[in-house]
Design a protein around this ligand. Structure first.
Ligand SMILES: [Zn+2]
Length: 388
């Protein structure tokens, strides 16, 4: 136990433990950056969060933290490194933390790395960041030979990547597979050899080959068949789908996003239908026994700090159980990141990532919008009265 580290006692009458359990009338004892005890008799109380719902800080498994609207108001897409965009990225990080997200996985851009490291050193507020650095873009033959693909994966690891991001198909509306099974195998296998997870952007026919290649997690997944989803459940492959925030954000910010070839005019009238398709997909996936569905929003320009909104879509529009959705952003997301021993639960020995909500999200999921308290690694970043 570190000596001299400040001890903080938090009183709570309702604690969701992040794994599906609920603790009542207890106190959480924090020392330094970690939770050291759950002890109803601990005193004196430093933060009285009775009347609130206390839970572990959330984890967003799919964010593009550096993506912002540029000085001209238009989507700056991959996130540049001009002073303006660098400051925007720092702002995105602060907004994300204040929304209750204490860890994010950014997938990814090399610009994430200095941001990740500066936040880890406490230079400014933001969530703990895991990043893929640059992603492997599937482009058929041009993706490279298996040896070239393996070299690309090693290059990301050398650059400081925490995981590998792979694009194995085109966009959500009708994109087809952009890598061969052999190329996918080279990418996922090399990541596994290096001890890194592989996250594969895949729709429709790209899902099954990515799962068979041994990837850790499928991003999006729209169009996967019931058999594909069953295969994922059998193999323990995580699914990271989206339920509405992403599509709504494109609709709300059409003027900012409109720019061929990635965001052509004809994409926008298709969005309402795609929104319904995503929600039907998630409803179907949620009914596949044993399928591990994590929480990831694909947060890009216009979405940072609103990461909680997709929880509302999942419960309200997809019929998912509120506790299941909350756990998907806590212990399940931590498990998918192989960080269960550090984050995702309220338990002794874990990082003191603790948030509080005004309201009960199990009864009214919109309570996830009302984050009144944020502690990350034992440091309090937000503590406001309800409604502020
Ligand atoms: Zn994405």
């Amino acid at each position: 136990m570190p000596t001299g580290a400040r001890r903080i006692v938090i009183a709570a009458d309702t604690v969701l433990d992040g794994k599906g359990g609920v603790l009542h009338n207890t106190r959480i004892v924090v020392e330094g950056s970690k939770i050291i005890a759950i002890d109803a008799k601990a005193a004196p109380v430093d933060y009285d969060l009775r009347g609130k719902t206390v839970l572990p800080g959330w984890i967003d498994s799919h964010v593009h933290i550096t993506w912002s609207f540029g000085p001209d108001g238009k989507n700056a897409n991959q996130g540049g490194t001009t002073p303006y965009l660098t400051l925007q990225a720092a702002g995105n990080a602060a907004k994300t933390l204040m929304a209750g997200f204490t860890t994010i996985q950014s997938v990814g851009s090399a610009a994430d790395i200095p941001l990740r490291d500066a936040i880890a050193k406490g230079r400014f507020p933001g969530p703990r960041i895991l990043t893929s650095a640059d992603a492997l873009m599937g482009q058929g033959e041009k993706t490279g030979t298996p040896d070239e693909i393996r070299a690309f994966v090693r290059k990301q690891k050398d650059a400081g990547a925490d995981l590998i991001k792979i694009f194995a198909s085109g966009g959500m509306s009708r994109g087809t597979m952009t890598m061969s099974p052999e190329q996918l195998l080279a990418a996922c296998d090399e990541a596994n050899k290096l001890g890194l997870r592989s996250l594969v952007h895949a729709f429709r026919d790209a899902v099954r080959p990515a799962v068979l290649a041994g990837c850790t997690e499928i991003e999006h997944g729209l169009g996967a068949s019931d058999d594909d989803l069953k295969l994922m459940a059998e193999r323990g492959t995580y699914l990271d789908p989206q339920a509405g925030l992403l599509l709504e954000n494109y609709m709300q910010h059409k003027a900012e996003f409109l720019a061929p070839p990635w965001f052509p005019e004809e994409m926008f009238p298709a969005l309402p239908g795609l929104l319904t398709a995503h929600q039907d997909f998630l409803r179907r996936a949620a009914n596949v026994p044993g399928l591990k569905i994590v929480y990831g929003t694909d947060a890009l320009a216009g979405m940072h700090g609103r990461n909680e909104e997709d929880m509302i879509h999942r419960v309200r529009d997809c019929g998912m159980d509120a506790m299941r959705v909350l756990v998907s952003a806590n212990s399940l997301a931590a498990e998918a990141m192989r960080m269960s021993d550090q984050i995702g639960s309220v338990a002794p020995g874990l990082q003191a990532d603790i948030i509080a909500l005004d309201g009960d999200p199990l009864k009214d999921i919109t309570a996830v919008r009302r984050v009144t308290f944020v502690m990350k690694g034992g440091v309090v970043y937000k503590n406001v009265a309800a409604g502020e």
